[in-house]
Design a protein around this ligand. Structure first.
Ligand code: SF4
Length: 217
C-alpha cells in the first residue's frame, strides 16, 4: 500500500539545503560565463581565476597562495601559471616582502584581460543590483554569516574580509545600528560597507580573527 505524505510539501528539502542549492546554481551560471570568456581568450577557467586574483593584488602573490585560494594542487597552479607566463599575461619577479622569494604579477596585457573578465560576468552583478537595496544588505549579511560558519572549518580559504582584518573592531558600539568600526579610516562600518576583498586588508592574528567572526555571526 502506498504511504501518502501528510502534506504536499513533505518531500521539500530543508531551507538550509535549498540555500546551498541556490548558491551552487548561481555559481554554475557564473562559471559558465567564465568558461565562455576563457574559451574566447584561449584560456582555461583556472587561468582566468588566477588573472582575477592577481588583478586585485598589484603587490604580487606567491604560487602556494594561489593554489590555496583556488583549492587546487601546487602542481596544477604551477602549470596554469607557466602557461600564463608563456602567453605574456603574468610575470614572475622578486617578492616585495622577501627578496629571496618569487611572486606573481600581472603584465599590462594580463591586466587588460582581467578587466574584460569583469564584463563577462557582469550579468550576475546586474541581477544583484536590481534587487531592493535593503534586501541586498540582508543578503550580504546572511552570506557573511554563512562565511563565518564556514571559517570554523579549514575548508574555506582566507579572505581579505573585514572580520579577519587587524583594523576591524567588531561591536565597538554595542546595540548601535552600526556596531562595527574600521580603525584604518577611523569610522563606523555599516554592514553595507563590510568588505569581502579589501585592498587595505591587513591580516589580524588568528585569535582576533576567530573572535571577530564569532561576534559578527
Ligand atoms: S581596512 Fe578594509 S578590511 Fe580592514 S576593516 Fe577597514 S574596510 Fe575592512
Amino acid at each position: 500500500m502506498d504511504i501518502k505524505p501528510e502534506t504536499p510539501w513533505d518531500g521539500t528539502p530543508d531551507v538550509s539545503a535549498r540555500i546551498i542549492t541556490a548558491i551552487s546554481r548561481i555559481a554554475s551560471v557564473m562559471r559558465s560565463g567564465v568558461w565562455e570568456f576563457a574559451t574566447s581568450e584561449n584560456l582555461n577557467p583556472a587561468q582566468v581565476d588566477i588573472l582575477q586574483l592577481l588583478h586585485a593584488r598589484p603587490k604580487g602573490v606567491r604560487l602556494s597562495w594561489v593554489a590555496a585560494q583556488l583549492s587546487i594542487s601546487a602542481a596544477s597552479a604551477s602549470d596554469s601559471v607557466a602557461s600564463l607566463v608563456s602567453k605574456g599575461l603574468v610575470r614572475k619577479a622578486r617578492a616585495e616582502d622577501d627578496g629571496r622569494a618569487t611572486a606573481l604579477f600581472l603584465t599590462a596585457a594580463g591586466t587588460a584581460v582581467a578587466v574584460r573578465i569583469g564584463s563577462a560576468v557582469s550579468f550576475a552583478d546586474d541581477a544583484a543590483a536590481a534587487l531592493p537595496p535593503a534586501l541586498q544588505v540582508q543578503m550580504l549579511t546572511g552570506l557573511l554569516k554563512l562565511i563565518a560558519e564556514l571559517q570554523t572549518s579549514e575548508r574555506f580559504p582566507a579572505l581579505r574580509a573585514c572580520p579577519s582584518c587587524r583594523h576591524f573592531e567588531a561591536n565597538k558600539y554595542p546595540g548601535a545600528a552600526t556596531p562595527h568600526h574600521c580603525a584604518l579610516v577611523n569610522a563606523p562600518l555599516p554592514i553595507a560597507f563590510i568588505r569581502i576583498d579589501c585592498a587595505e586588508h591587513e591580516e589580524a592574528d588568528l585569535a582576533t580573527q576567530q573572535r571577530n567572526w564569532a561576534q559578527f555571526a
